[in-house]
Design a binder for this molecule. Structure first.
Ligand SMILES: Nc1ncnc2c1ncn2[C@@H]1O[C@H](COP(=O)(O)OP(=O)(O)O)[C@@H](O)[C@H]1O
Ligand SMILES: [Mg+2]
Length: 356
C-alpha cells in the first residue's frame, strides 16, 4: 500500500490525466504528469510536470526516479516507454495489456478467446485481403485501422455499392480489421475497477449516445433488463481478471435487439478511465478516477453508491461556451478542461443528477 504522501506518475496529460490527478490529490497523493504536449490540461493541477517525448529516455529516467508508481491515461503509450519504466518502477496496469488493446484485431481475438461474443471480424491487411474478408462477412461492414483509431477516426463503412479498395485507401492503406455491421439496439459500457487483491468492482452499466462518432451523452441506469446488466458486469469482470488487471478499464458493448442470442457483443476495451465513466465524479460516492488511484496504490476499492439517475453530457467544440447556462441548472455540475477550442474537441462535460 502506498502512503498518502507518495507520488503517482501519470503518462499522458489530457483531461483524463487531469481528473486522475484531482482524485489522487484528494487522497493526499502528489502527481507528476509526463506528456509531450506543452498545453496539457493535467499540467495545470499537479505539482510536477515533464514535457518531453515519450521516447526521451533521459527524461523518462528522471520521471521514474521521482515517482513511486506509474500509470497512464491513454492506451497508445509506446511499448518501449512502458518497458523502460517498468524496469525501474511498478507500472500499473501491466504494460502487457497495451499490446492487446492497442490493436483492434488482437483485442477482438483476445475477447473471443475468452468465449465472449464480438461482431464477426476478419483481418484486412491489404485490399486483396479485404476483398476476401468481404466475401466471408458480407456487406454492410465496417473497416477500421487496427491501431490508433478513436472517435470514429480511421473507420469506413462498406455499403453494398462501396468500392472496397477506395475504402482501404481512405483509411490510409494501413493494416485493418473488417467487422460485420451489427444492427445493435443500443450501446452501453461497463467501467470496472480491479484491485491488487484481484477483487473487481463494476459501476452500473452506462448507456451511451454518440454524435458524429463522438460520445455525447451517457445515462445511468441504462434502459436494459437487469439480466443483461448483470451479464455486462460479468463480461467486464472476466476481461479484467483475464488481463490480471490492476486499475480501471472500460468495456464498450452493443446490446442486440430483444430475443437475439447472444444479447451482448463486446466492441472495444479501453485500458484506462473512460469518458462514459465521468458521471461517477458527481453521480456516485466513489468515482472511476478514485477507484483507479486506489487500485494502483494498493488500497482497497470503494463500493460506489449511485446518487440517483445520472446523465453526463459532453461539451464538444464551441458547446463549451454554454457553460454559463449550465451553471444555473439545478442538480448540475460543470467540468471544464481548460483546453483551447477546436471543432470536435472534448472541452468539458456536465453531470446532471436527478432525484432517485
Ligand atoms: N461492427 C459494428 N457494427 C455497427 N456499428 C459499429 C460497429 N463498430 C463500430 N460501430 C459504431 O461506431 C462507433 C465507433 O466505433 P469503435 O469501434 O468504438 O471505435 P472508436 O470509439 O475507437 O472510434 C461505435 O460506438 C458504434 O456506434
Ligand atoms: Mg469506441
Amino acid at each position: 500500500m502506498l502512503r498518502p504522501d507518495a507520488t503517482i506518475g501519470i503518462l499522458g496529460g489530457g483531461q483524463l490525466g487531469r481528473m486522475l490527478a484531482l482524485a489522487a490529490a484528494r487522497l493526499g497523493f502528489k502527481c507528476h504528469v509526463f506528456c509531450p504536449e506543452p498545453t496539457s490540461p493535467a499540467f495545470d493541477v499537479v505539482r510536477r510536470v515533464t514535457e518531453a517525448d515519450y521516447r526521451d529516455m533521459a527524461a523518462l529516467a528522471r520521471f521514474a526516479d521521482d515517482v513511486d508508481v506509474v500509470t497512464y491515461e491513454f492506451e497508445n503509450v509506446p511499448a518501449e516507454t512502458a518497458v523502460f519504466l517498468a524496469a525501474r518502477k511498478p507500472v500499473l496496469p501491466d504494460p502487457a495489456v497495451l499490446a492487446t488493446t492497442q490493436d483492434r484485431y488482437a483485442e477482438k481475438t483476445f475477447v473471443r478467446g475468452l468465449g465472449i461474443a464480438t461482431a464477426p471480424f476478419a483481418a484486412a491487411g491489404s485490399a486483396e485481403e479485404l476483398e476476401h474478408a468481404l466475401q466471408t462477412l458480407g456487406r454492410p461492414a465496417v473497416l477500421k485501422t487496427r491501431r490508433f483509431g478513436y472517435d470514429g477516426k480511421g473507420q469506413a463503412m462498406i455499403r453494398p455499392d462501396t468500392d472496397a479498395s477506395a475504402a482501404f485507401r481512405a483509411i490510409g492503406g494501413q493494416p485493418a480489421i473488417l467487422e460485420g455491421f451489427v444492427p445493435f439496439e443500443r450501446e452501453i459500457s461497463v467501467v470496472a475497477a480491479r484491485g491488487s487483491d484481484g477483487k473487481v468492482v463494476c459501476f452500473d452499466p452506462t448507456e451511451n449516445e454518440h454524435q458524429d462518432h463522438i460520445l455525447k451523452v451517457s445515462r445511468v441506469p441504462a434502459a436494459i433488463a437487469q439480466e443483461i446488466a448483470d451479464d455486462a458486469r460479468r463480461i467486464a469482470e472476466r476481461i479484467a481478471t483475464a488481463f490480471n488487471y490492476v486499475g480501471v478499464l472500460a468495456v464498450e458493448m452493443f446490446v442486440m435487439p430483444p430475443g437475439s442470442r447472444p444479447a451482448l457483443l463486446v466492441n472495444e476495451i479501453a485500458p484506462r478511465v473512460h469518458n462514459s465513466g465521468h458521471w461517477t465524479i458527481d453521480g456516485a460516492s466513489v468515482s472511476q478516477f478514485e477507484q483507479h488511484i486506489r487500485a494502483i496504490a494498493g488500497w482497497p476499492l470503494g463500493h460506489p453508491i449511485r446518487h440517483g439517475r445520472v446523465e453526463m453530457i459532453n461539451l464538444i467544440g464551441t458547446e463549451v461556451d454554454e457553460y454559463p447556462e449550465w451553471l444555473t441548472v439545478p442538480g448540475t455540475s460543470v467540468h471544464l478542461y481548460g483546453k483551447a477550442v477546436r471543432p470536435g474537441r472534448k472541452m468539458g462535460h456536465v453531470t446532471r443528477v436527478f432525484e432517485p
